[in-house]
Design a protein around this ligand. Sequence first.
Ligand SMILES: Nc1ncnc2c1ncn2[C@@H]1O[C@H](COP(=O)(O)OP(=O)(O)OP(=O)(O)O)[C@@H](O)[C@H]1O
Length: 114
Amino acid sequence: MKGQAFNKRLRFALQGLYVAFCREHSVRAHLLAGSGVILVLLMTRPPAIWWAIAILTVGVVLMAELLNAALETLADHLHPEQHPEIGAAKDIAAGAVLIAAIAAAMVAVAFWLR
Ligand SMILES: Nc1ncnc2c1ncn2[C@@H]1O[C@H](COP(=O)(O)OP(=O)(O)OP(=O)(O)O)[C@@H](O)[C@H]1O
């Protein structure tokens, strides 16, 4: 399956987004929060740098959430039974989402204090 055409790989990626959106409540929640951020940007019309920071931040949070969902899906499929190392892997991935969310909250505070 290596070396597929670009449009095929794009289709796989879009399919992945669709699957994550349908299956994962937290992906939907973060997508909703991201839409809220875009709405705030449209309403407040800040300088371009804030658009860049906000869009990058939303992207990083969504990316962390998607990678977390991918890891959980893989772990649950390959090892459905309980195992401390599976738990550790899931906790680490959840930690990555938490870091991204804290960074996003700090960006939001900086935006309101600007
Ligand atoms: N197979 C397992 N073995 C050991 N611990 C697990 C296992 N699966 C989950 N855990 C523990 O339970 C926690 C929650 O796991 P779960 O898969 O429900 O993640 P979640 O983030 O709540 O998932 P979801 O996005 O589906 O709500 C993990 O972070 C981990 O600590």
